[in-house]
Each structure stands twice: as structure tokens, then as C-alpha cells.
Ligand binder design. Structure first.
Ligand SMILES: *Cc1c(COP(=O)(O)O)cnc(C)c1O
Length: 411
């Protein structure tokens, strides 16, 4: 269940309105205590196995957040060579970074090898090229697609039959042939089926298939089960029962290791689960507009700053931080972009006045990292609350930033 804050909206013990006053809106604010609590839920649930958590940093890429997860003992899951480079810059050891590209050029994979990070390959033709070049001199992980249908939006569901991700388990024989012929050293097997695992048993079915494939390889160090851990966005949402998953999977994994003959590492790469709930996005109400059909609450932000509601039909709980105890009224909350950018339709929010601050919950994952400069608006600033202190971690942009990469030509 989503726990609804009331009365005084605080982040890490600091009143949200004070933070907004100091740093202005629109503003992303993250709470490290919540990140840590989520991290510990996983470590506790899987304490019976040798566990490694790699933070999927595309969810929230700020270098301070990367360093925070490093301080907790996490590795890093990356999906571009730039994320790899950011991870190294943040201080991660190359061996603690796993690079899981999809559809990138072979040059980018060579670059990752040169940087010494772990590589996860999800395409047989790339694996063949990799094997021809490196043989058994550089180990790889193979990303399998078990074709387990996880729930959620089709854009974020990656395990289905039409998916571009992973090596199909039906290509297992071909995979085995390539590995043998080219003497490829497979150190890990991997799956990542999608972003919303609603029931543990579906996940375990995928895991079962992966264990089966794992027996094909003798040099394994780890099995990586990706992510898909769901957190609640709206009251009544079902979330992944991490404790149930932990107890069932630990047993399965340990049984597998006993059969395999060696203790392996069990790995996960959550993004959303670790950071979604840590974040709140604050904006201000520019105006109210009564039409024949509804009352619009128009805010000082739009799809340029938080695109999930428009792009994925995502629900973000919205609270009126300035007036937490007023009567609830029905609003359509809309952005200021010259395009229809609706955050919420027919949403009950305590009475809204011009100038009120609204808070969007679950704004830690895939929010700021998807922000852009459409309509030539500045991106929001970001603040991290850590041990009772709110600190700026991304400054607000200015006009120079907007043209920084533009080249003025001579006419
Ligand atoms: C995006 C991604 C993740 C993280 O997914 P979440 O739903 O945010 O936990 C993990 N692994 C890979 C390979 C990804 O692409």
C-alpha cells in the first residue's frame, strides 16, 4: 500500500515547503533514507544466498545517487557506454559494473572491454563476433529471453515473443554451439523480463527456465535475474512481494547451486524499486481555469519534466502540499507545454489555489532522467536529502545552457 503522508509533508525530516522555498520549483527532491530502506529490504529478503545488487542507474543517474548506492555496497547496471563511464567516474570498480546493451555497435562493446567492465550480450550474431575476437580471454554474460509475460505497459515489457531483448531460450542449441566452437567463457546468465512483476510465481517460472539454461555452462560465477520489482504508485496497487520472492527464490537458487556443484552469486538489477519512492516532484500552480467540462489546475511544469503520465499512462499520486487538510475537489492537472500534457484527469486533490505547491509522489525513477528542454524550458533542479540536510545536486538551467551545444554559422 502507498502510505499517504498528511498534515506536514516532510522529506527526511525537513518540511517540503521549506525545501521548495529554498530551491524554487519545479524541483525534484530525493530522500536517501528511502533508497537505503529499499536496498535493505532486498538484502534482507535474500540473506540466505550470496547476493549482489546492481543499481540500474538509468532510473536516476545523478552521480551523487550513484555514489550513495556504492556506499551501500551495490554494483551498477548500465545500458550505454556513457553510463559505464559515469559509473567509473562515480568511483565504481570496473568489475562492479555490468554493461547490458541492446542494439549497440560492436565498437561500443569493444570500448566496454577496454574499460574492463562485465558485459552482457543479448544477440547471437554479436556473441559470435565477440567470440571470434576474444575467444576465452574475456568472459561474458548472456542475456536470455524466457518469454515470460510480465505485466505492465507494453513499452516496458521486454520478455514477450515480439521483444527485441535477449537471446530466445529456443535458440539455446545455437548458443551452445557458438560457445563451444569459439571457446567463449560464459561467466553469467541473465534475464530481465520487464518492469512489472505482479506475481512471484510468474517470476519463478522465468527463473526455472534460466536455471535450466545455466546447466549448459561450466564456468558460471553468477546468475542475474534482472529486475521487474514493482512498487505501488496508487493506493491499492499490488507491489512485488519481495519477502515472499526472497524466501522462495533463495531456496530454489541454493538447490540449483548444490546441483551445479558450486556456490554462485545471485544478482539483481533493480532501478525503480530502489529509487521510485525516494523521489517527489514539486511544482507550483500557475492558475486555475474553469471550462464547461472541468477545472484545470495549470502548473509550472509539463511533459518536458515528467513524461511518464503521458508516455506510459503512469499514475503519480498528487498532493497539495500547501493545503493538505482542505476539502477535496476534482481537477484536471495539466502542464504548460503547447501540446496536450495531462498529468491527471478527474483527480481529487485538496482545494487548490494559485501559488499552491503540488507534490507528485514516486518521482525518483525515470522522471528526471527522461526530462528534456522541449519548448525551450529549463530542466528542473534536483535536491538530495541526506542525514537531515537538503543539498542541491543539479542546478537549474539557464539560457546559456539551452544554446551551449548550438553552433552559430556565418551567413
Ligand atoms: C531498465 C533495466 C533494469 C531496471 O528495471 P526497473 O524496472 O527499473 O527495476 C534492469 N535491467 C536492465 C537490463 C534494464 O534495462
Amino acid at each position: 500500500m502507498l502510505e499517504l503522508r498528511n498534515k506536514h509533508f516532510e522529506i527526511g525530516g525537513i518540511p517540503a515547503l521549506d525545501i521548495c522555498q529554498e530551491f524554487d520549483t519545479p524541483l525534484y527532491v530525493y530522500d536517501t533514507a528511502k533508497m537505503e530502506a529499499q536496498y535493505k529490504r532486498i538484502t534482507k529478503a535474500f540473506k540466505g544466498s550470496k547476493l549482489k545488487i546492481n543499481y540500474a542507474c538509468k532510473a536516476l543517474t545523478n552521480i551523487n545517487v550513484l555514489r550513495f548506492f556504492k556506499s551501500l555496497g551495490a554494483g551498477l547496471d548500465t545500458v550505454s557506454i556513457q553510463e559505464v563511464q559515469l559509473g567509473l567516474k562515480a568511483g565504481f570498480e570496473a568489475g562492479d559494473i555490468i554493461y547490458t546493451p541492446n542494439g549497440v555497435s560492436f565498437d561500443e562493446i569493444v570500448k566496454a572491454v577496454d574499460l574492463g567492465v562485465r558485459i552482457n550480450i543479448d544477440n547471437l550474431s554479436i556473441l559470435e563476433r565477440f567470440g571470434a575476437r576474444y575467444g576465452n580471454s574475456y568472459p561474458v554474460c548472456v542475456r536470455m529471453n524466457p518469454h515470460i509475460m510480465a505485466g505492465g505497459n507494453s513499452k516496458i515489457s521486454v520478455g514477450h515473443i515480439d521483444s527485441k531483448f535477449g537471446i530466445s531460450i529456443h535458440q539455446r542449441r545455437h548458443l551452445e554451439r557458438l560457445v563451444k566452437s569459439l571457446d567463449i567463457k560464459v561467466e553469467g546468465v541473465h534475464m530481465h523480463t520487464g518492469s512489472d512483476i505482479l506475481d512471484v510465481d510468474t517470476f519463478l517460472k522465468g527463473a526455472e527456465l534460466l536455471f535450466d539454461v545455466a546447466h549448459d555452462f561450466k564456468d558460471l560465477q553468477y546468475i542475474d535475474f534482472g529486475s521487474g520489482f514493482k512498487v505501488p504508485y496508487k493506493p491499492g496497487d499490488i507491489a512485488t512481494d519481495i519477502e515472499e520472492l526472497g524466501s522462495k527464490m533463495t531456496k530454489m537458487f541454493n538447490d540449483f547451486c548444490a546441483e551445479y556443484g558450486r556456490e554462485l552469486e545471485i544478482e539483481f538489477e533493480p532501478g525503480k524499486f530502489l529509487v521510485s519512492e525516494s523521489g517527489t516532484f514539486f511544482c507550483k500552480v500557475n492558475g486555475l481555469k474553469q471550462t464547461t467540462a472541468t477545472v484545470f489546475a495549470q502548473v509550472d511544469t509539463g511533459m518536458n519534466h515528467l513524461i511518464r503520465p503521458m508516455f506510459y499512462d503512469a499514475y503519480h499520486h498528487i498532493e497539495n502540499v500547501s493545503n493538505p487538510e482542505g476539502h477535496k475537489r476534482v481537477y484536471s492537472v495539466v502542464g504548460y507545454i503547447c501540446e496536450t500534457d495531462t498529468f491527471a484527469n478527474d483527480r481529487q486533490i485538496t482545494e487548490v489555489k494559485e501559488g499552491d505547491v503540488l507534490g507528485f509522489r514516486n518521482a525518483g525513477a525515470y522522471c528526471f532522467t527522461m526530462a528534456n528542454n522541449y519548448n525551450s524550458r529549463f530542466k528542473p533542479a534536483e535536491v538530495l536529502v541526506h542525514k537531515g540536510k537538503a543539498q542541491l545536486i543539479t542546478r537549474r538551467q539557464n539560457l546559456e545552457d539551452l544554446t551551449a551545444n548550438q553552433v552559430e554559422i556565418d551567413w
